[in-house]
Write a protein that binds this ligand. Structure first.
Ligand code: PLP
Length: 397
């Protein structure tokens, strides 16, 4: 009997411990099985070049056309307003640099805010080097900028405003509808990096008055290295990548048909199950908040109305990297910030810009959830945190 009990315990422990508890879904997500199957199927059976004139080329072109229709339907635009790219970074680059290249004669002032993803900030930094006046707006303690702040910085020379939909480290949601309403879109375009919000909430680019929208496949259980840029009809953009003229000349290079189709497959599943996955993920986030609420020196950095898939928490007194690796040793994968940032030692510029001090900044962990996570996983994570954090807080004091 005792033997059985011990075996059961060991088995349960092993089952839990062998689980990979992946709570880093803002960095990237596990692809749906259907996505993997689709990508393999196309690579095996439909590897033609969409530009080829024969039947195999036509089949590949048809796949692209269908995928474009699918992605367009998810953001409520027409298929000819969707351009496939290699991901969020490239979409941001094309939207910001390509738009400014095409429109600089109308003015050289552009506006963004300080907690954007590096794909946006580095694009603006390049523009600065080329003589543009770039306004980097401050965020408030909730990590957002108001439409009034954007409005007060607009003038006749402003040709572009780029504000993210939701922040990748804290989940802070920006008031895009209000920001859009203060812009005269005949003179100034609004670009929105929606990499984190896409697939979590419906985004209607027409209703919101968005001129360019960046989305990425691997945050919604699609393949890495593929994304899209919505460009409203009439908005002019110079290509950054020239050659064969694919994607209506905006982005040359033989299309990544298999991945694009994998992206569309992921989008179909994601939006079909949006209500149930939203409720499930919100439940997991709330369960974690509830579970850690009684712990000492734990502060939630995500604002109250943050995107439900991201929870940024400081375990004050424990360096982020240390806790990250302790959690990793227990099979739990989290992040200390965005994936691009997390290898650098200084604490997150996103938290710093929200006015978070070094004690909280140095101890911040980002948990990000997906529909694949379970309540059991969250409970295990809470147990590990409750056991390990007080020990680490004592050691590191
Ligand atoms: N923008 C935001 C807000 C992101 O979170 C990311 C990725 O983490 C990117 C852009 C870059 O997207 P990709 O990894 O597809 O290049």
């Amino acid at each position: 009997m005792l033997f059985v009990k011990v075996c059961n315990f060991t088995l349960q422990f092993a089952e839990v411990f062998d689980m990979e508890i992946y709570l880093d879904n803002s960095a990237t997500t596990r692809p749906y099985t259907e996505v993997v199957d689709t990508v393999c199927d196309i690579m095996n059976n439909c590897y033609g070049n969409p530009s080829s004139l024969h039947r195999m080329g036509k089949s590949a072109e048809d796949i692209l056309t269908n995928a474009r229709e699918t992605i367009a339907s998810t953001v409520f635009c027409t298929p000819d307003e969707i351009y496939f790219t290699s991901g969020g970074t490239e979409s941001d680059n094309i939207a910001i640099l390509g738009y400014c290249l095409a429109n600089h004669k109308r003015g050289k002032k552009v506006i963004t805010q300080k907690t954007e993803h590096k794909a946006v900030l580095e694009s603006f930094s390049l523009l600065e080097k080329h003589g543009f006046e770039v306004v980097y707006l401050d965020v408030d303690e909730n990590g957002i900028v108001s439409s009034e702040k954007v409005k007060s910085n607009l003038d006749d020379k402003t040709i572009l405003v780029s504000i993210m939909a939701a922040n990748n480290e804290t989940g802070a949601i920006f008031p895009i509808d209000e920001i859009s309403s203060v812009i005269d879109h005949t003179k100034c375009a609004l670009h929105v990096d929606a990499v984190q919000l896409y697939g979590k909430e419906k985004i209607n680019v027409k209703r919101l008055g968005i001129d360019m929208l960046t989305i990425s496949s691997h945050k919604i259980h699609g393949p890495n290295g593929v994304g899209a840029l919505f460009v409203r009809k009439g908005v002019r953009i110079e290509p950054l990548c020239v050659g064969g003229g694919q994607e209506k000349g905006l982005r040359s290079g033989t299309e990544n048909v298999a991945s694009v189709c994998g992206f569309a497959t992921a989008a179909k599943i994601k939006f079909k199950n949006l209500d149930s996955s939203t409720a499930h993920i919100k439940g997991l986030r709330d369960r974690l908040i509830q579970g850690i609420s009684g712990m000492q020196n734990v502060v939630i950095n995500s604002p109250d109305n943050a995107l439900y898939s991201i929870l940024n928490v400081s375990f004050v007194g424990v360096r982020s990297e240390v806790l990250l690796h302790v959690l990793e040793s227990k099979g739990i994968y989290v992040s200390t910030g965005s994936a691009c940032n997390s290898k650098k030692s200084k604490f997150s510029y996103v938290l710093e810009n929200m006015g978070v001090g070094a004690d909280r900044g140095d101890s911040a962990i980002r948990f990000s959830f997906s529909e694949f996570n379970t309540e059991q996983e969250i409970d295990y994570c809470i147990d590990v945190l409750k056991k390990e954090v007080p020990i680490l807080q004592k050691i590191m004091r």
